[in-house]
Write a protein that binds this ligand. Structure first.
Ligand SMILES: [Zn+2]
Length: 453
């Protein structure tokens, strides 16, 4: 059976997305209540009763649900309403104009992730309109604050209104986009996220006159040693279950197969083997590298006050990302250990933010439905789990035991690298074709997974 494209929802999906983009939810400040109210009104036309919960004035989260016959397994369709800032002068259209032209809906949030809000809302409406009898409850939640860490959104709801939002399974952003290979399209499902450790180091020294540097103790030189040490550090490489499956899935052509099987057999030699792969497949090798190891990058540096003063203090911020299975506290200790040679008595450390990594198994009833449905739409396609180097709200739910998949189904309308750049980028847009495709696939997945019959 071929998957059925729901052409009939094209106009509805397009106008809903266009209207949501017109409500500026740039975070900060967010102002998501306006979008939540609009969505609640829209859903009420189909008879949905929605609740808007504010974590702070203006920071609205919207929730609604469809009731099923039993309590388990429940499913949450999750999205966020806030967007990152956009500079109108850089865009070729108004980023908050909700412009529809050339077969695309343009604007900030078109990809990340008001389109997913629309696809999920339409999935709920279609289940209701088609009177689908459900095994158990389906919750729809569009939340605030994801782009600034989710503390006023998903995290707030989980901790203050757990019974309204917690579900056994969660579908969210982060995957779903197909990337084309030589032979076929591969659809991704985000099953894992790296953990985040943002920390600050202050190097201390002894101030002095710039004309007699050896009398003083220059904090900038000390920080230089810190940066050298941390950026040259080559942490052990390892292959988590998501990456193991990913690598096995994509290793189709013979040449790639050779490299990948060596990598899987010798994960500890990952760096060397990727150097080898980079000679022919540079882009792929550099995509894989941060996914098999912890990374540390300096991102902010400050030091010095005047041309002729040797500074007594230099401060730098680092962005460290760790793999599932590692812990931020461990990573922090290993960083300190590494800097012993530079002199721990002259350094102070401060954690700015720490989020643990997370991973869901890709061997579940839901993943099987996702694979089946995608093959209905595209019989020859590959489907692979994917580890994301950044973070989404899924991490909060995985910590509480939910199986979370990032799955926003999208055809590769242009090179996948370009679509990814458009998220948070200039001229962000999604094709109307992909709105229809995304809704058609997601509706079919949810219906098959949750239907009583
Ligand atoms: Zn997002």
């Amino acid at each position: 059976m071929r998957g059925q494209l729901l052409k009939e929802i094209e106009a509805e999906a397009t106008s809903l997305l266009s209207n949501l983009i017109r409500i500026d939810t740039t975070n900060p400040p967010g102002n998501e209540t306006a979008a939540a109210t609009f969505l609640a009104e829209n859903l009420s036309k189909d008879g949905f009763e929605c609740e808007i919960i504010e974590s702070a004035p203006g920071r609205g989260n919207i929730l609604t649900r469809l009731k099923g016959a039993t309590e388990k397994p429940s499913l949450l369709l999750l999205s966020h309403l806030d967007v990152v800032p956009a500079k109108p002068e850089e865009w070729s259209v108004d980023p908050f104009g909700g412009v529809v032209k050339d077969g695309f809906v343009w604007g900030r949030g078109a990809l990340d992730m008001k389109s997913m809000t629309v696809i999920e809302a339409l999935t709920m409406k279609l289940l209701k309109r088609n009177n689908v009898k459900l095994k158990s409850n389906i919750i729809l939640a569009a939340t605030a604050d994801e782009e600034k860490g989710g503390l006023a959104g998903a995290d707030y709801l989980l901790h203050n209104h757990r019974n309204k939002i917690f579900a056994d399974y969660v579908l969210n952003e982060g995957g779903g986009l197909a990337f084309p290979t030589q032979n076929r399209n591969f659809y991704t499902v985000q099953t894992a996220e790296k953990g985040i450790l943002w920390f600050k180091i202050i190097a201390k020294g002894i101030p002095g006159h710039g004309s007699t540097p050896d009398v003083a103790d220059n904090a900038i030189i000390r920080m230089n040693k810190v940066i050298e040490k941390l950026t040259r550090y080559s942490p052990p490489t390892m292959i988590v279950p998501t990456m193991k499956r990913f690598l096995n899935e994509i290793a189709e052509d013979e040449n790639l197969q050779k490299h990948i099987s060596r990598l899987l057999a010798n994960p500890l030699q990952g760096d060397l083997l990727l150097d080898e792969l980079a000679k022919t497949e540079k882009l792929l090798a550099e995509e894989i590298r941060p996914r098999i190891r912890m990374t540390i990058a300096p991102t902010v540096i400050r030091g010095g006050v005047k041309e002729n003063v040797i500074p007594s203090e230099c401060e730098a911020t680092f962005d460290c990302r760790i793999l599932p299975g590692q812990a931020t506290s461990q990573a922090f200790e290993s960083i300190k250990e590494l800097l012993k040679e530079v002199g721990l008595d002259k350094l102070t450390f401060e954690i700015i933010q720490a989020n643990e990594p997370s991973e869901s198994s890709f061997e579940t009833p839901l993943s099987h439905v996702i694979i089946d449905v995608l093959r209905q739409f595209e019989p020859n396609c590959g489907v692979t789990p994917m580890l994301m180097t950044g973070g989404t709200d899924s991490r909060f739910f995985r910590q509480e035991g939910s199986i979370c998949y990032g799955f926003h189904p999208m055809l590769p309308e242009i090179a996948s690298g370009k679509i990814i750049k458009r998220e948070h980028g200039i001229d962000e847009r999604i094709s109307v074709e992909n709105l229809v495709f995304g809704t058609s696939v997601l509706y079919e997945v949810v219906k098959r997974f949750m239907s009583l019959e």
